[in-house]
Structure formats: structure tokens, C-alpha cells
Design a protein around this ligand. Structure first.
Ligand SMILES: [Zn+2]
Length: 280
């Protein structure tokens, strides 16, 4: 599933490709993608004829800021397998295409989603943090709002396991199972440890690992691991999987100590990967 580094890669590439373009038409290849709206027409009326003034991101979601008669923001909820692709209008339509946006400048922005768990939502505002979708979101982990003090305070008000809290979008926006696994490894902390048992120094290590791992993920243009279908806007794979220590390496030797990597189901049936020797 695309997480912050993948969504940020998409954001950067879309900024290069489509800022300034107008959305001439929105074609729904699968009406279910508009399910957050009362009708597909409600979605198209907020989008068609608008100009893309800026590309943004909140957590795992790329955003298009539109102007025209009224401001609007288009949110791509990528779900498990959502991809965005910029192609010439005549490019063959990939299987799994759920939406095509015909843009000025002879470009199409296509939303491809094999498992169809993603969706497209437009809000009649640019203030995304005021929308029901994002109002409870935690800070962006690479922003100045995300400090070691903030993390310590967030942990002090919870009792769940670290792996789960890292993936809670209300605490930190943008982390999912890939980067949560890698953050815990780099910090030397078991994902199953309760946040109540995270000391001050452990919390500082986690804070640092979050910034480091996500920054590396962005430098690598995201990760296209074994079961990940993620590709960027140009159809290219990311390379963060080459730097993974634990994610999807169950039974393989730890790259640091040689111990077999373990997979444990943590609340909600999510399997998390970790090294029983390197992580305490
Ligand atoms: Zn190890």
C-alpha cells in the first residue's frame, strides 16, 4: 500500500507534469470510485473545467488543488493498490483504470487500482485540514510540527503497541506497515512493545528513525517490494525495498546479526516483521 514516501514521490512528479493544466473531462471507468459522493455528477461538477494550481499531499494521499469558480481539492485515496499515471491521451487504457482525467496540454492523468479499494473525493475548499477526512490527522512527520516532545506526549496518552501507534494516522500522518516495520528495526524496538514501556531515550530513537526512514524512502522514490504493485507516475519501481531490514523477510537472516527475522500478528491481525536479537 502506498505510504508517505510513495505519495510524496507521486506529488513531486505530478507537480512537474500537470500544474497549470485544466481538467477538461473526468471519465469514471468505475462509478464506485466516486462512492464518497452522493452521485458521480457531484464529483465531476467539482472538478471539470478547473485548473490545477498546486499539487499537495497529506499523509498517504496525493492532492490536487483546483481553482475556477470556487476552490476545490481533489483527494486521491490510493487504498491498497492505487497508482497514478500521466500518459498521452491515446495511450492504451491499463486494466484496473478507474478514472481518467483529460487535461489540457494533451495529457491524461489516470488512476489505476487493481483491487479497487481506493476512491476519489473532491472537497469545495483548499483548507484540507478542516475537512472530515483530515481534521483528526496527526502532524506530517517531516514537518517542524513533529517534534520528539510531540511523540512523547502522544505515547503518554495511549497504551497500544508501538507498531500500531506508528500506523495510527491521528498520531502521525503517512506511516503504514512497510515503514512502521523498518522504523522499529532502526530504533531497536520491538513493534509489539507497549508504548507505556517506551522510555525517553527510546522515544527519541523512534523519532529519529521515523525521520530517517521516511526521508530515505523518498530518496529511493518509494518501495516496490514483493507484493507491492507500487509504481511511480512514469511506471517506474521505487528502490527502498533494497534497503529493508525486516519487512517481508520472515525466516531470512537479519542483515545485522544473522538471527532469523520473525513475523508476529499484532492487534488487528497485522503481521509485523522484526529481529528478536536487535530489537528489545
Ligand atoms: Zn538482528
Amino acid at each position: 500500500m502506498p505510504e508517505l514516501p510513495e505519495a510524496e514521490t507521486i506529488r513531486c512528479q505530478l507537480e512537474e507534469e500537470i500544474v497549470g493544466a485544466s481538467i477538461r473531462r473526468l471519465d469514471l471507468h468505475d462509478r464506485r470510485v466516486a462512492r464518497a459522493h452522493n452521485s458521480p455528477k457531484e464529483l465531476t461538477s467539482l472538478v471539470e473545467g478547473r485548473r490545477i494550481v498546486r499539487v499537495g499531499r497529506r499523509g498517504k494521499a496525493p492532492l490536487l488543488f483546483l481553482d475556477g469558480k470556487r476552490p476545490a481539492t481533489l483527494v486521491f485515496r490510493l487504498g491498497m493498490t492505487g497508482l497514478l499515471r500521466v500518459v498521452p491521451p491515446k495511450a492504451p487504457v491499463d486494466k484496473g483504470t478507474v478514472v481518467a482525467l483529460a487535461l489540457s496540454g494533451r495529457k491524461h492523468l489516470r488512476f489505476i487500482d487493481q483491487r479497487r479499494l481506493g476512491s476519489l473525493v473532491a472537497y469545495p475548499t483548499h483548507d484540507v485540514d478542516a475537512t472530515p477526512e483530515f481534521e483528526h490527522y496527526g502532524p506530517e512527520p517531516l514537518s517542524e510540527d513533529f517534534t520528539p516532545g510531540y511523540l512523547k506526549n502522544a505515547f503518554s496518552r495511549r497504551s497500544a503497541r508501538v507498531g500500531i501507534v506508528l500506523m495510527d494516522q491521528r498520531v502521525i500522518a503517512g506511516i503504514g506497515k512497510i515503514y512502521a516495520d523498518e522504523v522499529c528495526f532502526r530504533a531497536g524496538i520491538r513493534p509489539g512493545r507497549s508504548v507505556r514501556r517506551i522510555s525517553g531515550p527510546m522515544c527519541a530513537r523512534l523519532w529519529e528513525a521515523i525521520r530517517e526512514v521516511l526521508s530515505e524512502g523518498i530518496e529511493c522514490r518509494g518501495s516496490s517490494a514483493r507484493d507491492e504493485t507500487y509504481r511511480d507516475v512514469y511506471g517506474m519501481r521505487g528502490s527502498f525495498q533494497e534497503r529493508m531490514y525486516v519487512y517481508q523477510r520472515t525466516g531470512e537472516p537479519c542483515r545485522v546479526c544473522g538471527t532469523a527475522i520473525r513475523r508476529t500478528a499484532i492487534t488487528g491481525g497485522r503481521g509485523m516483521h522484526w529481529c528478536p536479537e536487535c530489537q528489545k
